[in-house]
Design a binder for this molecule. Structure first.
Ligand SMILES: C[S@@+](CC[C@H](N)C(=O)[O-])C[C@H]1O[C@@H](n2cnc3c(N)ncnc32)[C@H](O)[C@@H]1O
Ligand code: SF4
Length: 474
């Protein structure tokens, strides 16, 4: 259930759909490198220009690729540094931020998220330097959310004040578990006590703006032990909680351990029960669920992650970062998906040579853009309202696309999906089954968009034939 993208949305989604959920926070899975610089166009690129309302602003994701060690479950883009690369990394992050801001021509950055890897390993001046670069080229209001992911080690905790002074006003703390045995077997380098102390210090500095990441569905975990852990967490946490279902990622140590039978993850039903109980418990404690994995009270939702789920533009800088924006600076009119080079040393070389390390650019077809808007939007409890959908699909509304579908009607009748005056959204029960709902919606979307396309082509043809006839007779 996480962001990553960045990290978000790890839960419940089939691997095929997860590609849409590359969280911001998460630079996603390594994409196959394409030729840097020139956009690859998938078949069916219909150049539907993006609305100016969408292109003037963006959020910024900054990836710090280094970690001190590899946690057993993690397949994020991270490297163990051989030496201290901070100065060159900071220089390159600034250069790339400048280059991509110019390319996008956005005038307003709405939020900034420093994710990783372990960005709390960076020198606090890295934060100030990137923010300075943003201020020089675009507006970033004093109120804008600036989040830093923190590993709750003593070192991480000791730097919080300096990070705060450098401009961070929200901390996202990777607690993962409050069981010391589990932390050890997951390869974490902190104890539960250190995690609790880090939360306390972060809350002192940024009251109301501290989030915690916790994973459930861990080997050895039971519904009962999870409930105990949640109560402990609720006693310590601030106003935001992210709960991610532990995903077994190929190539990780944990994946191998499970394959060899050395550890056993809980049964699917037990994991589903953990999710169910956690949603209930958090609600009882005043937390509103606003997304599959995210809960907030007192309006403390993550503005940055909301911007992904609402299909807004984002710029991703740093090794392996992802972005979605229209390159207005070079005359582009269509949104592109961009991925930066994964490997830090190669990325550094590219940034020094040509100002950015973009490895892959794909112009998003109209259908792909709508698929992303749908998959991301349905993760939110509020779903997608009509106005929001029209921004991306002025030609066909939600009722037109989904209203007549048999599959959608069945989901409405079973009480999992709602399509009404507010828009399209999952019910409480439906959100836990998003993985099975999305394929139905995606199939319908594709069907309707291609029908519209054929109808549009037919109309064009008829019009051009009419024009030809007029000319002849004239
Ligand atoms: C990539 S980490 C970066 C933050 C920081 N380095 C940390 O470990 O706390 C971001 C979040 O992704 C989540 N995450 C990473 N790997 C995961 C996995 N295999 N399954 C579920 N969540 C995962 C964790 O909850 C983590 O806090
Ligand atoms: S510290 Fe975070 S990013 Fe690094 S390996 Fe562990 S989970 Fe992954």
């Amino acid at each position: 259930m996480k962001n990553v993208f960045p990290a978000a949305g790890r839960v419940l989604l089939s691997p095929a759909l997860r590609r849409f959920c590359g969280s911001p926070g998460s630079p996603g899975s390594p994409g196959s490198p394409g030729s840097p610089g020139s956009p690859e166009a998938p078949e069916d690129v219909s150049d539907v220009p993006a609305s100016p309302q969408l292109t003037k602003q963006a959020s910024l994701y900054v990836h710090w690729p280094y970690c001190l060690r590899r946690c057993t479950y993690c397949n994020f883009n991270k490297y163990i540094p051989k030496e201290n690369n901070d100065p060159i990394m900071i220089e390159c992050l600034q250069k790339e931020t400048e280059a991509l801001l110019q390319l996008s021509q956005v005038s307003h950055i709405t939020s900034v998220f420093f994710g990783g890897g372990t960005p709390s390993l960076a020198h606090p001046s890295a934060i100030g330097a990137v923010l300075e670069t943003v201020y020089k080229q675009a507006s970033l209001s004093g109120e804008a959310e600036v989040t830093l992911e923190v590993n709750p080690t003593p070192e991480g905790m000791s730097k919080l004040e300096d990070f705060h002074r450098a401009g961070v006003n929200r901390f996202s703390i990777g607690v993962q578990s409050l069981q010391d045995e589990d932390l050890k077997s997951l390869g974490r380098d902190h104890s539960s006590q250190e995690a609790l102390q880090t939360i306390e210090e972060a809350r002192r500095l940024c009251p109301g703006r501290v989030s915690v990441d916790v994973m459930f569905g861990r080997p050895g975990q039971t519904v009962k032990s999870w409930e105990g852990e949640l109560s402990e967490l609720l006693a310590a946490c601030d106003h935001h909680v992210s709960l991610y279902q532990l995903t077994l990622e190929r190539g990780t140590r944990l994946f191998k351990q499970v394959q060899l039978g050395h550890v056993t993850p809980p049964a699917e039903e037990a994991t589903a029960e953990m999710y169910h109980r956690a949603r209930g418990t958090l609600q009882q404690h005043g937390f509103l669920q606003y997304e599959v994995s995210n809960f907030a009270k007192h309006n403390s939702e993550s503005r940055h992650n909301l911007s992904y789920w609402k299909g807004r533009q984002y710029i991703g800088v740093g090794p392996g970062a992802h972005g979605r924006f229209v390159p207005l600076g070079e005359g582009g009119v269509v949104r592109e998906a961009r991925t930066q080079t994964l490997e830090p040393d190669v990325w550094i070389r590219e940034v020094l040579q040509r100002g950015h390390g973009t490895r892959r650019r794909i112009r998003l077809s109209h259908l792909t853009l709508l698929e992303e808007v749908l998959v991301m939007g349905m993760r939110m409890t509020e779903g997608i309202n009509h106005k929001h959908w029209k921004l991306f699909s002025p030609e066909s509304g939600l009722h037109e696309i989904f209203g007549a579908s048999v599959g959608v009607k069945e989901l409405q009748q079973s009480g999992h999906l709602l399509l009404d005056d507010r828009g399209l959204r999952c019910s409480w029960d439906g959100l836990a089954l998003l993985d099975t709902i999305l394929p139905v919606l995606l199939v319908e979307l594709e069907k309707q968009i291609s029908t519209h396309r054929v109808a549009d082509r037919f109309l064009c043809l008829v019009r051009s034939l009419r024009c030809g006839g007029n000319n002849e007779s004239g």
